[in-house]
Design a protein around this ligand. Structure first.
Ligand SMILES: Nc1nc2c(ncn2[C@@H]2O[C@H](COP(=O)(O)OP(=O)(O)OP(=O)(O)O)[C@@H](O)[C@H]2O)c(=O)[nH]1
Length: 395
């Protein structure tokens, strides 16, 4: 069960461990494709320099030409480092209380089903200062995530966000701006929505006063103390996946064939879902699927420990006389349990060393397990093919 090992969580005993280093490239291109993309990108940048507003869209999956970059920006103590630590380094949320203020830009390279970078900017940094090379910061950006502390006075944060957008928009009109209205834990639902409405209004008013209409800005209510931060990151990351529609179509077909209520394709380590079927995402189903991954990771830590060679020899010896791989029906992690409420089984199937398919089945699906297993197998095969097609051939 290789994937489940990579999902190992950081514990109080072992604070430094964060799972084995993830390796492997993400997007794999032929030389011809790479050259075509380069030519396209050069042309695009030339047009962008001459006439920013009419520049063509970046090629699909542009972000993949280098490593897409997620920039975390916002005021001091708004929660940027906490977000990055909780989502990508499995830090327990209450330990973020002890994080020190970031003094310089923190660049984190993430190796997963897709390689990307997370840049955490110190709140006090004014990157509009002429000494900063804006092209180096925003040139290969996947998304600009602006974190606003909802429990604090946020007018200054909005002013800075507006001036950032106004400064970068003429040269980089395709930058996705994602506003995380953060630390909403402890706020009432009505108050959260009021704050969101107020922030959206202020940003849109200011931008349209300066002639910027329909800037691509998305808003998310987030907190590190619940799943909302993972949900928000899922939406941000999904915009960077070039073959997302194909993944969604495969999950839709699976849900239709097996009458699943909801299916998610999860990145096991971060618990970000990189694709789901087209039925609406509801928080409880996401939470239960994501918690189920934790359960399987814990179980596999207990049982899937590396056995000593003598023990393996014993298992492969008489009366079986077979290699261990040939004795098991499936080498990938697979699991299915029935939840007491509603009797809806939930299933997990490993896709590759980074990804797992988790689905909530409908009541009574247990009787149809053979056909469910067959459909899940075909879907996993399809997903693997999609990733293989976009995978760079390792020479
Ligand atoms: N209640 C609550 N507190 C949070 C949340 N996220 C972060 N915090 C707290 O906010 C404080 C500041 O968090 P940091 O992550 O250091 O903030 P930062 O934006 O990186 O700050 P600088 O490095 O100074 O730019 C910490 O005490 C965190 O525990 C959240 O979702 N809810």
């Amino acid at each position: 069960m290789p994937v489940l090992h990579t999902g190992r969580r950081r514990s109080n005993q072992n604070r430094s461990y964060n799972g084995p280093a993830r390796q492997g490239p993400v997007r794999h291109l032929s030389v011809a494709q790479l050259n075509l993309e380069r030519v396209y990108e050069q042309n695009r940048l030339n047009v962008q320099k001459r006439d920013g507003a009419n520049a063509p869209e970046p090629a699909p999956g542009t972000a993949a030409k280098g490593k897409p970059r997620l920039l975390l920006m916002g005021q001091r103590r708004s929660g940027k480092s906490s977000i990055s630590s909780v989502v990508f380094h499995k830090m327990p949320p209450n330990e973020t209380l002890f994080l020190e203020s970031t003094a310089r830009i923190q660049k984190d390279a993430m190796h997963s089903f897709m390689d990307f970078q997370v840049w955490d900017f110190p709140g006090q940094l004014n990157f509009m200062d002429p000494s900063f090379d804006l092209d180096a910061i925003f040139g290969e950006i996947g998304a600009l995530i602006w974190v606003i502390d909802a429990q604090d006075e946020y007018h200054e944060a909005i002013n800075r966000l507006n001036s950032t957008i106004l400064n970068i928009y003429p040269n980089y009109p395709n930058v996705n701006v994602e506003v995380f209205i953060h630390k909403v834990d402890g706020l009432s639902d009505d108050y959260k929505l009021d704050i969101q409405r107020d922030i959206m209004q202020r940003i849109q008013d200011e931008l349209s006063d300066h002639g910027v209409e329909n800037a691509p800005i998305n808003f998310h209510l987030t907190s590190i103390y619940n799943h909302s931060i993972f949900e928000a990151f899922s939406k941000v990351i999904q915009k960077l996946i070039p073959h997302l529609p194909t993944l969604e179509a495969l999950l839709n077909d699976l849900c239709r064939a097996c009458r699943f209520e909801k299916a998610y394709l999860f990145d096991v380590l971060s618990k970000i879902y990189i694709a789901t079927d087209s039925s609406p995402v509801d928080m409880p189903s996401y939470e239960i699927c994501s918690d189920y991954i934790d359960v399987i990771v814990d179980v596999s830590e207990i049982y899937a420990w590396p056995r000593p060679p003598e023990y393996i020899q014993l298992l492969e010896g008489p009366p079986w006389n077979k290699k261990l791989e040939d004795q098991t029906a499936c080498n990938d992690a697979e699991s299915c349990i029935v939840l007491t409420d509603g009797k809806r089984p939930i299933m997990l199937r490993e896709v590759n060393k980074y990804l797992a398919l988790v689905a909530i089945m409908c009541e009574g699906s247990y009787e149809k397990m053979p056909s469910v297993t067959m459909n899940v197998e075909s879907t996993v095969k399809g997903l693997t093919e999609v990733f293989n097609i976009t995978r760079q051939r390792r020479e």
